[in-house]
Design a binder for this molecule. Structure first.
Ligand SMILES: [Zn+2]
Length: 201
């Protein structure tokens, strides 16, 4: 049995930190030690920020985003175009698209992709709510911005079928050559997709 080097409270802190994405046991020990050293400047405010966020965080009943208010800040932002909705897999994708700042649209977070092998069907995803939103008539374009994976594309096809009966344009992201990318370095799948989704000058 290995000897303990800290009391159970610190051991528990390290164990929990090690579950954070991007941190393993080693980084968790470093982070814990750093928090302990910076107790007043970092550990105490972090603990209270976490407590407050944990208490207030909720899922938006309209779009599936996480926020401390429902409907969320994105859904209630009057500067966004209510006729355009971007469908994403996860909240992280919503944040990424917002950082890109290319669109001024509303969002819909699916909460994953269809994956029958893992038991994830339409009922496990935020699909009904999307169809409901579209059926209300204000949305004119749905941009399906899912990952370029097999599951992502299966999900995109499924959603397109579900929305086929409505007066709404369904589009998807172009797949292709990344900005600054050199053709020689691209994999065949990316290159083939870029050719298929070519645009006129
Ligand atoms: Zn929302």
């Amino acid at each position: 049995m290995s000897k303990r080097i800290a009391g159970p409270e610190i051991e528990r802190l390290i164990q929990l930190l090690a579950k954070v994405p991007g941190l393993g046991p080693r980084s968790a020990r470093r982070a814990a030690l750093h928090l302990i050293k910076k107790k007043e400047q970092l550990m105490v405010p972090l603990a209270s920020a976490m407590g407050e966020a944990a208490e207030k965080v909720r899922v938006c009943s309209t779009c599936g985003n996480v926020d401390t208010v429902d409907p969320c800040t994105v859904c209630t932002d009057p500067r966004r175009d209510p006729a355009t909705v971007i469908v994403v897999e996860e909240v992280a994708d919503l944040w990424a698209l917002e950082r890109a700042g290319a669109m001024n649209a509303l969002y819909h977070v699916l909460g994953g992709t269809l994956s029958p092998l893992d038991g994830i069907g339409p009922d496990q995803l935020n699909v009904k709510q999307l169809v409901q939103r579209v059926s209300e008539g204000a949305i004119k374009e749905v941009i399906i911005a899912v990952n370029a994976t097999v599951e992502g594309q299966t999900t995109a096809h499924y959603l397109t079928d579900q929305l086929a009966g409505f007066d709404v344009k369904v589009t998807r992201l172009a797949h292709g050559v990344p900005v600054g990318g050199e053709l020689d370095y691209l994999d065949e799948g990316t290159l083939a997709a870029a050719l298929r989704s070519r645009t006129a000058f």
